[in-house]
Design a protein around this ligand. Structure first.
Ligand SMILES: [Zn+2]
Length: 125
């Protein structure tokens, strides 16, 4: 019976330090070779879960976290960016629609008020 070593069973993703290119572990806070802090871009907010969570709260404003993240792949960054831009564009369009709707009803209300004003002046005469 050949049992797989634990490393192979979990299929670890190889990560490398951005400064010295030494191999690092996903759980490392600092590079084992040069001591570079690996935390920036690796915290919870930079994981897929964190980014999706923030995208729900911040919308397109979560984009900086997408691009600062060192925990997701470049392809994932592009997909997140496209989705966030689409959502941002959609929000902008709905905001514009809501604004013109409010604007229209305001103008209608103003028209009604003007008519009312004209009516009362006619009655007063
Ligand atoms: Zn290093």
């Amino acid at each position: 019976m050949n049992e797989l070593p634990p490393q192979q069973a979990t299929a670890p993703q190889l990560l490398f330090c951005t400064r010295c290119h030494g191999q690092i572990d996903e759980t490392d806070n600092y590079c084992r070779s040069c001591g570079k802090s690996l935390k920036p871009g690796r915290g919870f907010l930079f994981t897929h879960t964190g980014i999706i969570l923030m995208a729900c709260i911040l919308g397109p404003f979560a984009l900086p976290f997408v691009w600062m993240s060192k925990a997701i792949s470049p392809l994932a960054k592009i997909i997140y960016t496209a989705v966030l831009l689409l959502v941002g564009f959609y929000l902008l369009v709905s905001l514009y629609k809501a604004f013109s709707l409010i604007n229209n009803s305001l103008q209608m209300m103003m028209g009604d008020l003007n008519n009312l004003g004209n009516l009362s002046s006619v009655v007063n005469f």
